[in-house]
Design a protein around this ligand. Sequence first.
Ligand code: WTA
Length: 643
Amino acid sequence: MADSNVYPPGPDFVRGAHVKGMEGYRELYRRAAENPEEFWGALAEQELFWFKKWHHVFEWNPPDVKWFAGGQTNVCYNCVDRHLDTARKNKVAILWEGEPGDQRQISYQELHRLVSRFANVLKGRGLKTGDRAVIYMGMVPELPVALLACARLGIIHSVVFGGFSAEALKARIQDLEAQVVITCDGAWRRGKEVPLKSAVDEALIECPAVRDVIVLRRTGGAVEMREGRDHWWHELDEGASENCPAEPLDSEQPLYVLYTSGTTGKPKGIVHTTAGYLLQCVMTMKWVFDLREEDTYWCTADIGWVTGHSYIVYGPLAAGATAVMYEGAPDFPQPDRFWRLIEKYRVSIFYTSPTAIRSFIRQGDQWPNGHDMSSLRLLGSVGEPINPAAWEWYYKTIGKERCPIVDTWWQTETGAILIAPMPGAVPLKPGSASLPLPGILPEVVDLSGKTRETGQEGYLVIRRPWPSMARTLWRDPERYRSQYWERIHGSYMTGDAARMDQDGYFWILGRVDDVMNVSGHRLSTMEVESALVRHPAVAEAAVVGKPHEITGQAVACFVTLKKGSWDRPKLAEELRKWVAHEIGGFAKPEQIRFADALPKTRSGKIMRRLLREIVTANTVTGDVTTLEDLSVVTQLSSQADED
Ligand code: WTA
């Protein structure tokens, strides 16, 4: 195991940190492990507002778990109302910049008005606790407003990333039987309008349960409004009352469903609930981002993914932060847009993805070097393993060797960060997400659940439930049980391979299931395969992740064709577009290879391991991940396949 450089926290950082030094970390970790009930109970009392106190901190009967049962709270109240009788009332909550350069600064007080009004709009459409709203918008301030308004009333929201196609949107609306869709005319991306409303129109042809569509005007592009069903946001909002008290909701009331890719063609609706979710979002803002009152915090994710839910909306607002939100592309109009924003808003905490970092490296140091980024004090990374070379560049070129980097490991299912360094305590090792946070008991095991020895690769599991964990899959509790809790009995199976080193640091190696990670976006091989076989020319398809220097992985497809004469190069291009149409642009395959037959086992299973080896062997991977790591993942995944 190649141990790289170690970076202990600087004395200045430690002095002001929420958790100081390794003793501070160890003490918290010990308390949480020894007496979780007391530990989480005290935090819930201290950090959240409650309408009614709970009677049990947790009830655990895996996979069923309840946190703070019997209690009543409201996520929106905690994110907004609670700050209004404090010094934060006129503090900027959302510091927004549109891609064309327009700006908005929304204080907590103003946010309260916007959210209350929109909650009244939703009420006015007859929506109530337990109903479902699908939200398909660009990164505009009304997006968090819509989420919070739903949370205020207990309407379960499901945000669909604007990069998903009408087909993917339709599948999600149908699965949820949503009553309302909230959208925009379009969104700005690299100076062009991405049409959103027209995709909604296409999706809704087969979604009879949707009664209302609320459309925010953002780009001013032409849209068709269907009489009786479609309403302009600004028209409904006009005259809506600003008085809309937050509903007291049970701790376990579902807050949102977020679809993510699993190992089948059908995305999973991950269900997150109220109190435990919010508590862990708030705690990680302090433990991992070391948030202080005066920070200007920026997470560059899209709210369409879990990172945006927990670390643009719920975590930062519940913690009373000033959060920057940016609408558009990082390289528009020039590759320095992010650095420009950091300089302009004096951003102090910056959280982005390894894919973004690798593309910044490629664009050249002149772009960040042209800006004063001395306001930065902490950097973060999420979504995929960060290779040591990218880590070192981020540390030196962006952080000027002053800012710790928190490499945060978590998943849509975990709700909040589970493994990451506390920056004032834990020495950093580039490429490792380091140590588990308090209350989190990860282990690396073999398929029988036995702990692997230090330094050995295996499956990453979490031994004990935590407050922000997914409670179930939407209308599919059986799949939840079998996928996450039964493969290693009684433990949560993450689907990642990892190893733990002699210092207890976790090194995440990648997925062991049929899930790819493209630019930090989760994508199932099966989803792409089912999209391909829906095309009339395709007989069979097998899809694997191929190492890619910038995006971590790229989509590689092996396709056999139905009888006929095909113009293969033309068809390959058509299939790439087809996948983008069926799923979304980010899923577009990099490679389509035609084959006469796919390699299969005697029982007819496609031998993905072989295909993975084929696409890996003829790629020079730079240092994205070492070949040794990849072969381990390939090996572990083939074992998991056979299981
Ligand atoms: C991967 C994103 C290494 C991992 C928050 C996980 C990471 C999947 C890291 C979840 C990290 C996320 N280091 N790998 N710091 N963070 N991953 O659900 O494979 O979109 O299982 O959640 O991303 O992706 P998801």
